[in-house]
Every structure is written in structure tokens, then in C-alpha cells.
Design a protein around this ligand. Sequence first.
Ligand code: AMP
Ligand code: ZN
Length: 278
Amino acid sequence: MKLEQKIEKKIERTLSKVKLFKKKTILVALSGGKDSATTAYMFRKLGYKIEGFHIDLGMGDYSKRCLSAVVKLCEILEIPLYIYDIKNEMGSSMCYLRTSIQKKHFEKQRGEIKNCAICGVIKKWILNKRARELGFEIIATGHNLDDEAQTFLMNVLKGAPELSANTGVVTKNILNKKFIPRVKPLFYIDEDEIRKFTLEKKLPVVYEGCPCLIDSYRKQVREWIYKNLTTRDKENLIKNFEKLQSRMKSIKSSELVYCEICGEPSRGGVCKKCKLFT
Ligand code: AMP
Ligand code: ZN
């Protein structure tokens, strides 16, 4: 079977489990990378209505290349694109935000806080808020099998596997009207296959990794997985974890409340984004 067909079949199977409606327009979070480009390409091919969403993180040339790749992709796929500039959203570029947050955490002796953790929290916060304001009821991201295996292993190694309790192809919270559900169509697809696919299709994609992924724990786990685990191992890891998930859910409450500071969905009194800034 051709790679494109193989990926398409896997995505169809994944989406059939989550009953995604073709009538509803999906907002695809596009980073400029191969995963979100594949997500958008395949949604279009499968007849879903989609629109693109990109946050310009203001990280020099790298961000400029990402923005240009996203603009080209949306032209090819003939879909509208919403672009948000982090400087308008949060007051400064991601590099500056990270440095000031890390400095403050260090001064207050709150321990180390990694680049990717800060960036991930801020991106999710903007994405959820803006998608809701734009009237979307579902968001899609490009997370793949390797991302999911990494996150799961990192949580296990941290001694907190329950942090993965609410992850899956769909993340939703029916009790919280402000939380826009997210779907990950590439949940079971190996990163190498996605890379080969976008190269084969010559999709406009930035292949270099984020310049801020230095010395991160995720990077170490990612390299270990790449060197030591086969696709089958990664699939088994995720599938075995899914078997345990229903039991974990009873341990960790999935109830979301609203942040006391910004009013966005939160697991505690103050959301993760606002905690970074206090
Ligand atoms: P990452 O957090 O870089 O691992 O990216 C995970 C997913 O989040 C990507 O596949 C995209 O769907 C989304 N994403 C990451 N960065 C951006 C961005 N700058 N703008 C919009 N979506 C993004
Ligand atoms: Zn908040």
C-alpha cells in the first residue's frame, strides 16, 4: 500500500472512533511543521471543512519561515487562515516571555521551568480563547504517535502517569462551555511516516526543529525513543496505556473550573498560563 493511502486509512479509522461531523468546520492549528500540514492536507482530502490558525511566535527568521509555510499551505489547500501575533496577544515575543518567566521563577526559587513547558501552555491558552471567540466548536492539532509516546513516558518517568489520564485522540470537557474540544488525527501515526509523506507531496513545511528546544527533557526522551523503539513498540505503549486510562480517570478528576484571573478554563483556581505570570 502506498504511504499516502496507509496514512489516510489510519486517520479515517482514528476519526471514525470520535464521530467527527463533516458539517462542522474544524480549526486546524498550523505551526508551519510537517505534522499540522499533514493534518490539514488529509482533512481536506477526506472532505472535512477546515480553516487554519497560526500563532506567530516572533522568534526571528524561524518564525518568519513558519508563517510563510503556513500561508503557502493554506493557499494550496484553498482554506482561510487566521494569524495571531504573540506580541499583540501577550505583549512580547515568545523568547522574551520565556526569559522573563524563567528569571522570575528562579528569583522566587520556584525551580526550573523548561522552554517547551512555557511555550506549550501559552499557545494552548491563546488557541482555546481565540477559537472560541471565532465561534469554532472543534480544534485539530498535529500531535503524532511519537509526541504521545514521549509525553506518556515523561509522565511515567516523573512519577506521575496520572497526568496522562485525560489525553487521547480527543480532549474535551462537556461541563465546561469555555473549553473547545481538541482532536489529534495523527495520534497513531509515526513521525517518520509523516516526514516521508510531506517530502513526497512537497508540501511547504519547515523541517528544522524549534531553535528553543535546547537541553530539554523532552528532547532527551525523544532521542531515546527514536534510537530504541520501533513503530510497533510505540503503538503498544500507547495502546496498553489506553487500557489503563479508564481506571486512571477515576483517580484524577477531569473537572475544569474557570481561572480567577483570566476567566479561561483551568484545573485549579488559577490557570497554568496565569501561574506563569504571577
Ligand atoms: P508543538 O507544541 O510544537 O509540539 O506542536 C503541537 C501542535 O500544536 C502542532 O502540531 C500544531 O497543531 C500546534 N501548534 C504548534 N505551534 C503552533 C503555532 N505557532 N501556531 C498554531 N499552532 C501551533
Ligand atoms: Zn488564567
